[in-house]
Design a protein around this ligand. Structure first.
Ligand code: FMN
Length: 362
């Protein structure tokens, strides 16, 4: 018989009391405030690193230094606020990916979650000599196999865990538009495929490689379902936005409370990936072909052709995070319309635990 209580999540020598990871949400949505609150409840709190320096005074003139400084500060602040587990989410597509990864290692982040691209070439020596665990985020068994095969061949080592992000997640998605609603690409279908890939590397390297699922996980019942299917943990983003501790402005959180099912849409992000967001006037204007002035002239994302894009996505997301949804928009998961109030991280985790136990006792 399966246990009624949520299992712990072990990643190497790290042990989280509950197998719930708060997904990294960049441009200042998950900083030390949210990450430490989740870690204090026994989960894993994650700081989003992309454009984290947006609030530093020299961001416009020296964005790389501003990002590094802000990330360093946030990791230190988070560690002051919790003794729990703190990770950093770094998008591989960032032009300062390696610099930010080195800061996370230097500041002894417990883990780094590496998504939006395949983390193949990494500063392995620095990682090997640190306690920081590496967790790639993938959207297919093929991507998982590519990463693990590359690491096995070049580093004689494999990542410490893997996150599978399915098509219901918020933010940039690792799927083509036409795959998003195709049941063959559902998280439920991808999970067993990734499990069979990972089992091979677990055997080869004689270590447990936990598999974490993300995208559309909303209740404790959902967590129970995926644990029964063989996942070791879940990563959740949307639910953590609607918490008091989330580092975004309350107007950003209220956009989640107010939105309806039909407001959650798929956009073509200027960086060439589909993304899930809450429809608003800004996005309608973009869709109508209205170009938004671009004030910043650097490439924070490698695939961004900043001379051609209709707007700067980092700026639009930062405006929204600050509560200025007139000049930006909110990324959100497919279930964001189910959010009906802003609660504390503690209340959220407690309700997930109760729902899990209920589902487990049926
Ligand atoms: C507002 C927002 C910002 C996000 N930013 C990032 C990010 O910077 N990097 C990343 O890998 N994932 C990002 N995500 C994805 C989340 O980390 C998480 O995996 C995903 O939202 C899970 O799906 P859920 O929202 O249905 O729980 C973001 C999601 C949201 C809602």
């Amino acid at each position: 018989m399966s246990s009624r209580k949520l299992p712990k999540l072990k990643i190497g020598d790290l042990e989280a009391e509950i197998p719930i990871i708060q997904g990294g949400m960049s441009v200042g949505i998950s900083l030390s405030g949210l990450a430490s609150a989740v870690a204090n409840e026994g989960g894993i709190g994650v700081i989003g690193a992309a454009a984290i320096g947006m609030l530093e005074p020299d961001f416009k003139t020296n964005f790389k230094e501003a990002n590094k400084r802000a990330l360093r500060k946030e990791i230190r602040k988070a560690k002051e606020m919790t003794k729990g587990i703190i990770g950093v989410n770094i998008m591989v597509a960032l032009s300062d990916f390696e610099e930010l990864l080195l800061v996370a290692i230097e500041e002894k982040a417990d883990l780094v979650f590496l998504g939006a691209g395949l983390p193949l070439k990494v500063p392995f020596e620095a990682l090997k000599n640190s306690s920081t665990k590496v967790v790639p985020i993938v959207s297919s068994a093929r991507a998982a196999d590519l990463i693990f095969r590359y690491w096995a061949k070049h580093y004689n080592h494999v990542p410490d865990a893997v996150v599978i992000e399915g098509p219901l997640a918020g933010g940039h998605l690792g799927f083509k538009r036409e795959q998003i609603d195709d049941p063959r690409y559902s998280l439920e279908n991808i999970l067993p495929e990734v499990i069979s890939v990972i089992r091979v590397y677990e055997k080869q390297f004689e270590k447990k490689i936990p598999i974490i699922v993300a995208g559309g996980i909303y209740t404790g019942e959902d967590i129970y379902k995926f644990i029964q299917m063989g996942a070791d943990g879940v990563q959740m983003g949307t639910r953590f936005v609607a918490t008091h501790e989330c580092d975004a402005d309350v107007r950003f959180k209220e956009a989640f409370v107010k939105c309806k099912k039909e407001d959650i849409i798929i956009i073509d992000s200027p960086v060439g990936l589909p993304g899930r967001a809450i429809k608003n006037k800004f996005l309608e204007e973009v869709k109508a072909g209205i170009k938004k002035p671009i004030r910043f002239l650097w490439k924070c994302l490698k695939p961004c052709d900043f001379k051609k894009v209709p707007y700067c996505i980092a700026l639009a997301l930062t405006n929204a995070k600050k509560g200025n949804l007139e000049e930006g928009f909110a990324f959100a998961g497919a279930n964001a319309y189910r959010v009906d109030k802003i609660i504390s991280v503690k209340e959220l985790i407690e309700s997930l635990l109760i729902e899990y136990e209920k589902a487990a006792s049926v």
